[in-house]
Write a protein that binds this ligand. Structure first.
Ligand SMILES: C[S@@+](CC[C@H](N)C(=O)[O-])C[C@H]1O[C@@H](n2cnc3c(N)ncnc32)[C@H](O)[C@@H]1O
Length: 256
């Protein structure tokens, strides 16, 4: 996958993008990233990229001309239509499903807003998608772009070391992932569950599945409405519900 990132602050990216999995993905040829400074596409001696909003009000707005020029330079060198994604708190929510959907693209263009955002004509006539990484407002789209690049890259086939590692991640299965343990087998008197050291693959798989169900039940029960559940999963959830009712009954009996 190739990703072009349009930003006023390209120097914010290299530290994050050139470490760990993202670095490896680039070395493996699975990912390439080109950073483009929007300022380089602004006309005039001062290369102005933003102006105050028409109608008054605080802040500055990114001008359309440099952004159109930057995107057009990429589009003209591309054979096929490019997805041009504006990072925006007003965009569709970024989820694991959206990350998975984006892995199907060979190329992406990410546009990072700043200040009050971009001139509305950029939204209306240039971008093909708007994505938000959450219901909060960042100072600029750069962090959001890095979040998107990270989440998409780890889903590209072959990027993660362990085969299938991303498949059991939280949200990939529609559930949260259950607990993990590593060495030592005992720490401060807290032991790793025996089943994980038993070597019994089927029991370990069931324990992990139930751990995921329990954690989702406790923290994000809304996800259970859409997750794919087997009959065994449903029976386990029914058992959790019974346990909860029993615990509530005991608590109220203890209080009386
Ligand atoms: C200060 S914000 C502008 C917010 C804008 N005035 C509004 O209320 O919608 C500047 C830029 O940060 C980026 N940004 C802020 N929050 C974001 C979010 N939750 N997801 C993605 N990008 C975000 C966008 O590129 C945005 O243009």
């Amino acid at each position: 996958m190739h990703i072009d990132i349009l930003t006023l602050f390209p120097e914010m990216f290299p530290g994050y993008l050139n470490e760990s999995i993202l670095k490896r993905a680039q070395e493996m040829g699975k990912l390439s990233i080109a950073l483009h400074n929007i300022r380089n596409y602004a006309a005039g001696k001062h290369r102005v990229t933003d102006e105050p909003p028409y109608g008054g009000g605080g802040g500055m707005v990114l001008k359309p001309e440099p952004i159109f020029a930057a995107v057009e330079s990429l589009v003209s060198s591309s054979q096929s239509p490019l997805p041009i994604i504006l990072l925006s708190p007003q965009g569709r929510p970024f989820t694991q499903t959206v990350a998975q959907e984006l892995t199907r693209q060979e190329k992406l263009v990410l546009l990072c807003g700043r200040y009050e955002g971009v001139d509305e004509r950029v939204r209306q006539h240039l971008v093909t998608d708007e994505i938000s990484i959450g219901d909060f407002v960042l100072t600029g789209g750069e962090l959001a772009a890095m979040v998107l690049v990270d989440a998409v890259t780890r889903l590209l086939p072959g990027v993660l070391g362990a085969a299938g590692a991303a498949e059991t991640d939280s949200h990939a299965t529609g559930l949260l992932e259950g607990p993990h343990y590593t060495k030592p087998a005992e720490f401060h008197g807290w032991a790793v569950p025996d089943v994980l050291r038993s070597g019994h693959a089927a029991n370990i798989a069931r324990w992990r599945r139930e751990g995921a169900l329990r954690r989702t039940w406790q923290r994000r029960p809304d996800l259970l409405l859409t997750a794919e559940l087997s009959e065994a999963d449903k029976a386990f959830l029914a058992q959790l519900a019974e346990e909860e009712v029993a615990a509530m009954n005991k608590k109220s009996a203890d209080q009386n």
